[in-house]
Design a binder for this molecule. Structure first.
Ligand code: NAD
Length: 265
């Protein structure tokens, strides 16, 4: 097939290991000719991500970045500008909340954790979008990762659901801000996938089972499923699409109730 991202350069935030959703998207982008700069949060993750990035061969870049640090963000974008001049796409796959509050009741969210969750999981995308747009070629594309817990109540998702709702609203405002330059901003709403971040969510195994049994496709999605849809949103195949929340969830969000008889047949 044609290389959809040939000659394109992108920034990818959020690869922690080979189970990360960002890695699924990065693999698809790499197979389609993209060069990428990857950020990692702190030296502890460097050991795990360096060998992964090495499998992609020459021409890719690795930089530390905690998204709550203006100094780190300044350094990342200064370095991109110096090394590459311009970029064509951004993949934002970063979120965090105190594990202790990803169980129990939403009403018990603390002010400190509310602030930190919003800072890392919402503001960071707006911050990245502003900085990236300054060095992005017209017609570029940015994506972030969200979850159905933004739209409907899901068990234990709590403050992260509130943060994802704000993230999805950010996608629409950023799409409006950047549209005149042909820069597109979209979100992928992924079904549950067993990753490092997901393991912090209470009863996650139960959520996986529930989605498998109650989705039209009767299975959970993989990071490669998300990678394929990410490739579409990053490439010109989707050049008429912006401000969108695209569900890659085996169709779970479309279902009120499945006919279990027809499923069993
Ligand atoms: P992951 O643990 O592989 O990735 C989360 C990433 O966030 C890690 O790389 C971590 O280093 C990074 N991060 C956290 N705090 C940071 C900070 N302060 N600065 C910089 N980086 C920071 O898990 P994942 O599931 O691949 O998560 C990626 C995105 O996908 C998240 O936005 C998550 O909410 C979203 N998502 C996940 C699922 C799922 O079921 N796994 C479903 C829908 C959406």
């Amino acid at each position: 097939s044609a290389a959809l991202l040939e000659g394109k350069k992108g920034l990818v935030l959020g690869v922690a290991n080979d189970r990360s959703i960002a890695w699924g998207i990065a693999k698809a982008a790499h197979e389609n000719g993209a060069r990428m700069a990857f950020t990692y949060q702190g030296d502890a993750l460097l050991k795990r991500i360096k060998p992964l990035i090495d499998t992609l061969g020459e021409g890719n870049v690795l930089m530390p970045c905690d998204v709550t640090s203006d100094a780190d963000m300044d350094a990342v974008f200064a370095s991109l500008k110096e090394q590459w001049g311009t970029i064509d796409f951004v993949v934002h796959a970063v979120a965090f909340s105190d594990k202790e509050q990803l169980k129990g009741h939403y009403k018990d969210t603390t002010r400190d954790n509310f602030r930190q969750t919003m800072d890392i999981s919402v503001f960071s995308f707006t911050d990245v979008a502003r900085r990236a747009s300054a060095i992005m070629n017209d017609g570029g594309s940015m994506i972030t990762l969200t979850y159905y817990g933004a739209e409907r109540v899901m068990p234990h998702y709590n403050v992260m659901g509130v943060a994802k709702a704000a993230l999805e609203a950010s996608v629409r405002y950023l799409a409006a801000d950047l549209g005149e330059r042909g820069i597109r901003v979209n979100a992928i709403s992924a079904g549950p996938i067993k990753t490092l971040a997901a393991m912090g969510i209470g009863d996650f195994r139960h959520i996986l089972k529930w989605n498998e049994f109650n989705s039209p496709l009767q299975r959970n999605v993989s990071i490669d499923d998300v990678g394929g849809s990410g490739l579409y949103l990053l490439s010109d195949l989707s050049k008429g699409v912006t401000g969108e929340v695209h569900h890659v969830d085996s169709g779970y969000h479309t279902v009120g109730m499945l006919n279990m008889n027809s499923v069993a047949e």
